[in-house]
Structure formats: C-alpha cells, structure tokens
Design a protein around this ligand. Structure first.
Ligand SMILES: Cc1cc2nc3c(=O)[nH]c(=O)nc-3n(C[C@H](O)[C@H](O)[C@H](O)COP(=O)(O)OP(=O)(O)OC[C@H]3O[C@@H](n4cnc5c(N)ncnc54)[C@H](O)[C@@H]3O)c2cc1C
Length: 380
C-alpha cells in the first residue's frame, strides 16, 4: 500500500478520475500479480475467498487511501453486486455478469433511490416493471446511482407487484446500460464536483426499457430481502473503511502535532486542546473498531437479520467517529488541511455522505431505540 497505492494520491491531485484510469489499471495489474486481487471474491471467480470478517480487516487497510478499494476490485457498488449475484444469481447471470465483474473487465451500479421518494423508507418507490411477453418493461426515475457513468449494467430495484405487502412489492432486475430506454441523464454535481466514471453519482431514467425476464435476480418480490442481505454484512465493510479513514487521519494529525511549531521550540502537540483531540480520537477509534468486530461476531453467531440492531449501532456510531476524527485532523493542519496537498480535504468532503447513505443515522438510531424500548413494554 505504501509503495504502490498511497503515491497515487499525489499523482491524482487536480486530475479527473478518467485521467487516472491508465495509472489505476497499472496498479490493478500489480495487485493481480501480487496475488491479492479481489479479496472478498470466491476463489472460483478469481478472488482470495476471504470470509466476511477477514475481509473487514482488509477493508480497514485498503480504505486508508482513496483508491485502495478500487485497485483491489473491492469497491462499492461493484463489491455489493458481486455478492448478490454470487448468492442469488442464476448460472447464466453469473457467467454473463459476475465473472467479468470479478475480473475487473466491467463495472456496475445499483439503482434504488428515487428523487421523488424518501430513500430512508426503502419500501416506498414508484419505478415499475410490468411483464410483457418474455420481457419486463421498466419505467421510472432514479438518482444517486453511484458509478453509473461507464457501468455495463445496473441492478435496478423496481416494483413488480404494487398490491403485495410492502416488503414483497419490489424485485431486483439486471438492466444492461445499452438497453434502449435506459438513460443516464447526468452526473449529479456533489460538493462542487460532478465527478466521472466510477467516481460519480448519476440521475437515470427508464422509459419503456425492456429486458428479458431471465434478468430477474433471485425471484419476484425478493428485492427488499436481497437488499437486506447486501446491506447487513456490507455495513460491516463500510464501517471498517471508515475506521481506516479515521486511522489515517489520526496518523496525519499526530504527525502534524509532533512537527508543527507555533513558536520556535513550541510544538503544536504541547497544546492541551490538541492533546485532547489525540486522546479522544484514540479512544473513539478503538471503541468503534471493537463495536464493529462485535457486530461481525453477532452476525456470525445469530445471522444478519437477528443482528440488525448491532449493525444499526455501528452504522451511526462509526460514521460519527470518522466525522469527528477527520474534522480534528483537518483543523490541526490549519490552512494545509483545507488545501488538497493532503488527503484530509478529500476525506472531509467525501466522508460527509456517510451519515446519509446506507440509511441516514437518524433512522438507525430509531431502530436501536425502538428495540430497547420494546424491552420496556413500549412499541414506539
Ligand atoms: C454519496 C452517496 C452515494 C449514494 N449511492 C447510492 C447508490 O449507489 N444507489 C442508490 O440507490 N442510492 C444511493 N444513495 C442514496 C442514499 O441511499 C439515500 O440518500 C438515503 O437512503 C437517504 O434517502 P434520501 O436522500 O431520500 O433522504 P430522505 O429519506 O429524504 O431523508 C432526509 C433526512 O431526513 C431525516 N430522516 C429521514 N427519515 C428519518 C427518520 N425515520 N427519523 C428521523 N429522521 C429521519 C434524516 O436526517 C435524513 O438525512 C447515495 C447517497 C449518497 C449521498
């Protein structure tokens, strides 16, 4: 990581993602040659076949630099799509989509959130798929579809039975992005940057978009269950990434405190405020990691469904720890922290979304509190 991946940060300064692709491909090739490609992918698809907690430990290391997950082919949203295709895909779907995805030959995206509906309510959406002959005809509007720019296919969450109980209404369907009627409207400008290629979030529309019924993933009405299967253990990996980002920021903060002088011979690290930030950050990161490991252990013991509260706990707790640690590290660097000369300004911009995606923090807090209050005889 130190020799091959961290240096990409400085090379990427001021460049768009597309300009970096040749360098990233070179590094991806080195990862393959080192026998470290796709740590989370089963060996039959060319990965290392790590178990989900083993991969969680790897995520912490890879996430310490913005391109880490990508050059190992462990990046969202492809990693999640690999997981659900492996678990729920037919043999034909695996051959057509999973194999090239695992090989890093194509990319993919996951289209669930709609601008017209609160994404925090995952069972409320209006994109529909209606059967017609051997096809599904899809109509609808999605946004914040990460990495849709350049993706070969989208896994779209669509309503197939509006009259079913809420959790049985939606299905997941694979939509090749060259299907007529699929349109990427724009890359949404986020925090001043519309990004490109993998590093982007798109608005997309489906207008009478026809795909064969064989593109249904895992059965009709199973969309929500598949999303849960993807998100539960996936949140462990997100949280470990956030811990990696926190550790890197912490390290930069300590280096700065140990070298920056506010007057000749007077180190920044001698100030009590900075010392407080160092001590508080150390405690918070260590606590966050132990909590995530505990949630992973719970998933192993009782399954993702039963461990739902443990997973909600880590989602909001670790996102908060990362926000605070990155903010303290940035502040410790003064103007240098605001500049793009260190990775901190990237972590600061990019990390803010962690409190929103994968379920806003407030929703997860509500899940935790309601479960606790149930123990007191209250259905809140
Ligand atoms: C960087 C990024 C990448 C994303 N990538 C994808 C992707 O690849 N595919 C995809 O489908 N979606 C993606 N999303 C969308 C994401 O899943 C949604 O933004 C998220 O589910 C929240 O939905 P919303 O934006 O509609 O906010 P809303 O549901 O409108 O919520 C707005 C705010 O209201 C508050 N709130 C909501 N519900 C409650 C509640 N029950 N109690 C208290 N407060 C509440 C929260 O503060 C919340 O932030 C991405 C989002 C971001 C920011």
């Amino acid at each position: 990581m130190g020799r091959e991946v961290y240096p990409l940060e400085q090379e990427a300064r001021g460049k768009k993602f597309g300009e970096m692709i040749p360098r990233l491909e070179e590094t991806r090739q080195k990862v393959r040659e080192a026998g470290l490609w796709a740590p989370q992918v089963p060996t039959e698809y060319g990965g290392l076949g790590l178990g989900f907690m083993e991969h969680a430990l790897v995520c912490e290391q890879l996430a310490k630099t913005p391109y880490g997950m990508y050059v190992f082919n462990a990046q969202a949203p492809d990693a999640g799509n690999m997981e659900i295709l492996n678990e729920f895909g037919t043999e034909a779907q695996k051959e057509r989509w999973l194999r090239p995805l695992c090989a890093g030959e194509i990319r993919s995206c996951f289209a669930m959130t709609e601008p017209e509906h609160a994404g925090s309510n995952p069972v409320w959406m209006s994109t529909t798929a209606v059967k017609d002959g051997g096809n599904y005809v899809i109509n609808g509007h999605k946004w914040f579809t990460s990495a849709a720019d350049g993706a070969a296919f989208a896994v779209a969450m669509v309503v197939t039975d509006p009259d079913a109980p809420p959790h049985g209404r939606a299905s997941q369907i694979i939509v090749p992005t060259d299907t007529p009627g699929y349109r990427r409207v724009r890359n949404i400008s986020c925090m001043g940057d519309e990004g490109e290629d993998w590093d982007s979030h798109s608005e997309i529309t489906f207008e009478d978009c026809r795909v064969p019924q064989e593109n249904l993933l895992g059965g009709e009405g199973k969309g929500f269950a598949i999303a849960q299967a993807r998100l539960g253990p996936g949140r462990i990996h997100h949280c470990m990434r956030w811990i990696g980002i926190s550790e890197r920021s912490f390290d930069l903060m300590c280096q700065r405190a140990a070298t920056r002088e506010t007057a000749p011979g007077e180190l920044l690290g001698s100030k009590q405020t900075i010392q407080n930030w160092i001590a508080e950050s150390r405690a918070e990161i260590d606590a966050a990691r132990l909590l995530v490991h505990h949630a992973g252990w719970r998933i192993d013991q009782v399954g993702a469904k039963e461990a739902r509260v443990d997973v909600s706990l880590i989602k909001f707790f670790v996102a908060g720890v990362m926000s605070r640690v990155v903010d303290r590290a940035l502040q410790t660097h003064g103007a240098l922290g605001i500049s793009d000369d260190t990775v901190l300004s990237f972590f600061y911009r990019d990390g803010r979304a962690a409190r929103i995606y994968d379920g806003p923090d407030e929703v997860h807090k509500s899940v935790v509190a309601r479960r606790i209050l149930k123990g007191y005889g209250v259905e809140a």
